[in-house]
Design a protein. Structure first.
Lengths: 139, 139, 139, 139
């Protein structure tokens, strides 16, 4: 089953329409992907860059906003890698509240050498880790 | 010529990779679209909702990240509406620093009645305003 | 024992000095106070304003920053009300990581009627709730 | 005359009370102090750390919130250093909208060596720059 990242939505995340401000939602989605790394790899982007010498910056994000998000329920973000290339990775993040899909996002990152900030394949154990969690595409 | 929205990138927008954190970039892009409304309509989303009774929530955002953003230059965001439907609108936002394209984004919003939060065509003068600034698509 | 609010610090909270950006820290502290309300009152500021007709805006915040915050540990924020006036309340928030005190904050809020945004004593059951959790001052 | 930092307040800065969310205000104040450095020193904290080898992390912030902030006016933040110690500096930031004082903040930073993150007096030319702009205290 895909990793579930729980977010506590708060008053300060909302705008005068009484729902979460749109620009907070990609932030939530990235927190969820970072949470996947913490859970599966044992450290998020911080440890990845600081301790393991690689990074995974974003080259594309594409989000559909399906329903408003409010502080009335926890936001559960389901995260899974959906494609692994030699130096790139795709992610799927779906955010739900109380069973309702609020947003769906697709993200593409590249792997980089943290020092030179140039594209580089991820370490072998990272490749294996991603492959073990790769979500079979429905397409 | 398309509206140019100038953003002062700061230390606090950057992450430990010494560049702007990815999740700040859609925030900048939305600030730029809001700036378009301020400049052309005479008020941003706040005035739109509070004083004019309509809103324009997002249903999709799609961003390509082309080059890192840093505090070394102002970030100039070019904003233009690229399609106007009966109850929807597409936007293009391109962010540049020192002549380099840092990101390109495409956004789709719907127009809503602010009170009922249901889809509704925008007021006629808004329709006319958008049409006057609509960017001829290259496609 | 005072309420403990757990925050998952992430890459995007950090600045190029590799530690949490200062301006994120009051945000964390407010999230923690909002968490106190969720835990003890059954709803945060959102429910307070939307469902219960009162608010508690801030009139002062005073924070001492004692040690850097990083994503290497959860940030545990201890929250307690320290004074209850007729229309005001003081809060204490202490943030710790791995046993080290990272920040200490003192906050003063006023109670307001949510509709008129004017000062007003809180509902009696809120007064009772606060009194039950009031932390005896050491001073 | 003290440096005036202009902030364009937007929809996304506001919460469901239709005013700027409290935790955004210290962020604005820090942006204003960073703006002072940009204007007077020729670079903000980014350039200070990256190019000049020193930093100035915060050890205390104390803010009084006097009036709500909204997107209806630009927020003008007046910034001035008010005390220079051997390895520390105090700042005053006052935020006004349409002539009304919205917040007043006092901030204490220490100067550090950027590499070792230990306290160190600022470079002589920085000391001279601060002294030239030091605001005579009314007290």
């Amino acid at each position: 089953m895909a990793y579930q990242h729980k977010i506590r939505v708060a008053w300060g995340d909302c705008d005068p329409a009484n729902i979460v401000y749109t620009a907070r939602i990609p932030w939530f989605a990235l927190d969820a992907i970072n949470g996947w790394w913490e859970e599966k790899f044992g450290g998020g982007w911080y440890q990845m860059e600081m301790d393991h010498g690689f990074g995974s910056p974003f080259v594309n994000m594409n989000l559909d906003f399906r329903a408003p998000i409010t502080p009335r329920h926890r936001l559960i973000c389901e995260v899974a890698p959906t494609r692994l290339g030699r130096t790139s990775i795709d992610w799927r993040v779906v955010g739900r509240q109380d069973g309702v899909t609020c947003f769906e996002g697709r993200f593409t990152c590249v792997f980089t050498d943290a020092r030179s900030f140039t594209k580089a394949p991820p370490p072998d154990e990272v490749k294996a880790l991603i492959e073990a969690h790769l979500e079979p595409s429905a397409e």
